[in-house]
Design a protein around this ligand. Structure first.
Ligand code: NDP
Length: 246
């Protein structure tokens, strides 16, 4: 389905990003994984991707830094020749009620989730325009649509991604570049691993399908958006949340 294509997955070393990287590779795509560091998990991810028979490499880069993003993206283009699919998945949380959020908690979340997504997209957009083809998938969150107490910084960053997605879709549709957002609900990863059993039960009670999602649930939707099966879809925000926000 994606044979010969190259995908960049930010935050692809673990969690949802790793499931996305595997799914795209299982369908034939070469994968450039961007993560903060060369961790054991990142190396394991790259090994597993290579075992699927595709080209895969890790790029250690803090997407908060425009300079680091520019040089990592240049390196990716030099190594892979071209990029066809960009999945902006890297993200962090620094949860607290508003008065208790430090300036750094606000800056970090906006810098990584929103500005990082913009930096990485900006680094690849000229290449997409030159070849008159590109596919961008941004990982937002249902809390970017519905809000959430204790997550004012995070939900604002995720709502920002939705505005960014729609603007990129409008600005580049005529160049045959699509840009969509995925809004996951609660997905079982390291990010949600810190929840207590009580919090987990409380969350489940708000989800019509009655359970947390898996990274694969998100990856299946990303594969659809990355493929030609979604060729007439752009500027869209698609939830994968077990009905949490209906
Ligand atoms: P994880 O915490 O499991 O993984 C996050 C990944 O992002 C890691 O690979 C990490 O790199 C990378 N990353 C973090 N900061 C940076 C940075 N500054 N520069 C480069 N890479 C960075 O997260 P999830 O898999 O749970 O979440 C993935 C995305 O999905 C996020 O955008 C999140 O907001 C979103 N999401 C998650 C939900 C959930 O319930 N889990 C729900 C809704 C949305 P490293 O491995 O080096 O640390």
């Amino acid at each position: 389905m994606l044979n010969g294509k190259t995908a960049v997955v930010t935050g692809g070393a673990r969690g949802i990003g790793r499931a996305i990287a595997y799914k795209l590779a299982e369908n034939g795509a070469n994968v450039a994984v961007v993560a903060t560091r060369d961790s054991e998990k990142a190396r394991e991810t790259i090994d597993n991707l290579q075992k699927l028979g595709v080209k895969a490499r890790l790029y250690a880069c803090d997407i908060k830094s425009a300079e680091e993003v520019t040089s990592a993206c240049e390196e990716i283009l030099a190594d892979f020749g071209q990029v066809d699919i960009l999945v902006n998945n890297a993200g962090i949380t620094r949860d607290n009620i508003l008065p208790s959020l430090s300036a750094m908690d606000i800056d970090d979340v906006i810098d990584v989730n929103l500005k990082g997504t913009m930096f990485v997209t900006k680094a690849f957009i000229r290449q997409f325009v030159r070849k008159r083809a590109g596919n961008i998938i941004n990982i937002s969150s249902v809390v970017g649509l519905m809000g959430n107490k204790g997550q004012t910084n995070y939900s604002a960053s995720k709502a920002g991604i939705i505005g960014f997605t729609k603007s990129v879709a409008r600005e580049y549709g005529r160049k045959n570049i699509r840009c969509n957002a995925v809004a996951p609900g609660y997905i079982a990863t390291d990010m949600t691993g810190a929840l207590s059993d009580e919090q987990r039960d409380q969350i489940k009670s708000q989800i019509p399908l009655g359970s947390l999602g898996s990274p694969d649930n998100v990856a299946d939707l990303v594969l659809f958006l990355a493929s030609d099966s979604s060729s007439y879809i752009t500027g869209e925000v698609i939830k994968v949340d077990g009905g949490m926000y209906v």
